[in-house]
Design a protein around this ligand. Structure first.
Ligand code: DAH
Length: 372
């Protein structure tokens, strides 16, 4: 018996010492000290022994159990320590290594300028409205006082969609953001999706509508897709003075000038009467363009007093409500502000162009920290 116990102990101590993982060690523990284990079996046998035998074997078996227990505990501590050390070595971070090169995207100048414009107009009390890129003839033309067959429709180089086989209706890619005026004013007649901000309002109205516009035209100064911001103010007793102040204040703020030197030149748009184009003074001499000085003029935007027919088409009584509207090309203003010479690369998604002209995503324009 005593020789057996020594063999058992020796075998167990060897097995414990050679356990390579906590799981191996646990297997040894279960086989010896678990409910069905060898040592537990021997301890159970004590009950059947004579007093004398038990007096000898009791302490020997308890001693064996305690030594095996202690050996397991110390091996477990050693294995856990080794495991931790291995994990620490694996997860080591060398803080002296140089960081990975940053592959950071940038904000497109058009989007940056749109945010700048929205920030300025928001400060002046304008809300942002939206409409769909695919428009119907009514919103893009008819409601805006383009009579059917009117040559102005042709001037828009419209992209037409395939006619609806049932109704024959031909949708268009909107040629300007002006249809959002109509969608904003036509209270009750439109059921705008909730995602279109500010659509369907009772006057007074003060909105801007930034968005994509499309015309079938492509050269150095035209791309088939471009961006506009539309503006609309409807209230009582609105006149050209309000229009002039609003646009001069906006342009001065946008180009960061104390005061803008502008002129309003008579023009024609079907949806405004009178209509004007706003020009800023500029100097083109010496191959560079300088705004607000010199003796040349640069066209900046179109504007005018909302035509009574447009108000009527939107269910507003022109004797009660008047307003002004304006529309400008966002890409063109971005080019002017940030010295971008050519329009076409703006939409070619060339990363070199984007990293040169793009803005940091952290440079969010707001009136407090600056607009550019
Ligand atoms: N919709 C015009 C265009 O795309 C721009 C414009 C001009 C908008 C005058 C207006 C406006 O609201 O009053 O050419």
């Amino acid at each position: 018996m005593s020789a057996d116990l020594e063999t058992i102990e020796l075998d167990l101590i060897t097995a414990i010492g050679s356990a390579e993982t906590v799981a191996d060690l646990e297997a040894v523990r279960v086989a010896s000290l678990g409910k069905q284990g060898t040592i537990s079996g021997l301890l159970k046998g004590l009950g059947a022994m004579s007093d004398e035998e038990r007096r000898v074997m009791g302490p020997r078996l308890n001693g064996l159990r305690d030594r095996v227990n202690a050996a397991i505990a110390s091996r477990r501590a050693a294995l856990e320590d080794a495991q931790l050390q291995a994990q620490l070595a694996r997860e080591r971070i060398d803080l002296s290594l140089p960081p990975r090169p940053r592959r950071q995207g940038s904000v497109h100048p058009t989007m940056q300028v749109m945010d700048e414009m929205i920030a300025i107009f928001a400060e002046m009390g304008f809300a942002v409205a939206e409409g769909p890129d695919i428009e119907d003839d009514f919103h893009n033309f008819t409601a805006l006082n383009f009579p059917p067959g009117h040559p102005a429709r042709e001037m828009h180089d419209t992209f037409f969609l395939t006619p609806d086989p049932q109704t024959g209706e031909r949708k268009v890619l909107r040629t300007h953001t002006s249809p959002v005026q109509v969608r904003t004013m036509r209270v009750g007649n439109e059921k705008p999706p909730a995602s279109w901000i500010a659509a369907g309002q009772e006057p007074p109205i003060r909105i801007i509508a930034p968005g994509r516009t499309f015309r079938c035209d492509s050269d150095a100064t035209h791309t088939p897709m471009f961006h506009q911001i539309e503006g609309l103010v409807i209230d009582r007793d609105i006149h050209m003075g309000h229009l002039k102040w609003t646009l001069e204040t906006f342009i001065a703020r946008f180009f960061e000038m104390d005061a803008v030197r502008a002129r309003f030149r008579p023009h024609h748009f079907p949806f405004t009467e009178p209509s004007a184009e706003m020009d800023i003074l500029c100097d083109r001499s010496g191959g560079t363009l300088r705004l607000n000085e010199g003796d040349s003029w640069m066209e900046i935007l179109g504007c005018g007093m909302v035509h009574p027919n447009v108000l009527r088409n939107c269910g507003l009584d022109p004797d009660q409500w008047q307003g002004f509207a304006f529309g400008m090309g966002v890409d063109r203003l971005a080019m002017l502000k940030y010295g971008i010479p050519d329009l076409r690369p703006m939409f070619e998604a060339d990363v070199r162009w984007l990293s040169h002209y793009g803005f940091s995503a952290h440079a969010v324009p707001n009136p407090a920290s600056g607009l550019s």
